[in-house]
Design a protein around this ligand. Structure first.
Ligand code: ATP
Ligand code: MG
Length: 287
């Protein structure tokens, strides 16, 4: 493969599977990066994750879905209700659904032992992904993997480690779903991800409106706009026109809180070379 073709492949955008979204973000996600789809309960996060994987599966790619809150059979049922036959992709070994629930339910015990072993999770994931040469990964939801069930407040460290390991140890493009934080501010994973799609559902006069806001898309020219969308059988999320706010509309998205990530001073040690900050060497950078 010529150097030019290789570079072209590396920069080729990854289609999101959401009808109407790709043209708004320069044809899709950047390959190998992690994207967060965030929103309150029932706003469409799982639907977006399914669409993202199906876009790859129907083009002959392989994919991994990590489910935490929903059992794999329930996920298959949800997909079926949207008109998608995930089961056939599983049977053909093009899709692997990994159930993370047992990992969490067996973590009873002393507080220290209840911390999530992010490195172990990513190593597990990497073995599946490498074996099947998967190109796409969804983790739905990512919260339990990074919010340690301990009083030590390590969730930001855990999130940073997870995103870094996903980037360095996996070849996949990743969609991570994330619930809304209590104060509506951006979650840690939103700051760390390459992009954020924010979903909302609210009442406007006599109807409910679903909207998608491209909140962040690194390396991509995006006009900040909130789009209405529908969820329809066979298609999932379908973007419609930009949402025009009327006097009856709820709080504008811009009023959502915005806070920088807080550090507690202890950075995760990924490379131990005696020096904390590593000088960037372009010739060694692989991605
Ligand atoms: N066949 C369908 N046609 C239209 N809408 C559907 C269909 N199936 C599901 N939906 C709608 O899609 C909504 C979003 O579901 P989804 O599971 O993607 O949300 P979610 O954000 O993942 O929710 P949760 O917070 O519970 O994980 C459902 O609440 C339902 O109203
Ligand atoms: Mg869900």
């Amino acid at each position: 493969m010529s150097e030019k073709t290789e570079k072209g492949e590396k920069n080729k955008r990854v289609g999101t599977g959401v009808e109407g979204l790709d043209p708004l973000i320069q044809n899709g996600f950047l390959p190998g990066k992690s994207y967060v789809v965030t929103g309150d309960a029932g706003t469409g996060k799982t639907t977006a994750c399914l669409q993202f994987l199906l876009k790859g599966l129907t083009s002959g790619e392989k994919a991994v879905y990590v489910t935490v809150d929903e059992r794999p059979t329930d996920l298959l049922d949800s997909a079926a209700s949207l008109g998608w036959d995930l089961q056939s992709f599983v049977q053909d070994k093009n899709l692997v659904i990994l159930d993370a629930a047992p990992y969490f339910s067996t973590r009873a015990g002393p507080v220290k032992e209840r911390e999530v072993d992010v490195q172990r999770i990513v190593t597990d994931l990497a073995s599946h992904i490498t074996r099947m040469e998967a190109k796409r990964l969804a983790i739905d939801p990512v919260g339990p993997l990074i919010k340690a069930d301990t009083p030590s407040g390590r969730s930001e460290e855990q999130a940073r480690l997870l995103i870094r390991l996903l980037q360095t140890q996996l070849q996949t493009t990743n969609m991570l779903s994330s619930g809304r934080t209590e104060d509506e501010s951006s979650s840690v994973e939103e700051f760390l991800a390459a992009g954020v799609l924010s979903l909302r559902m609210f009442r406007q006069s006599d109807r409910f409106v679903r909207t998608l806001w491209i909140k962040k898309m690194r390396g991509t020219a995006v006009v900040p706009t909130e789009y209405e969308f529908n969820i329809t059988k066979g298609k999932g999320i379908v973007l419609l026109s930009p949402y025009i706010e009327s006097a009856a509309a709820v709080q504008p998205a811009a009023e959502n809180g915005h806070r920088p990530p807080q550090t507690n001073g202890s950075a995760p040690t990924v490379e131990d070379s005696g020096s904390i900050l590593q000088p960037f060497e372009p010739e060694k950078a692989s991605k």
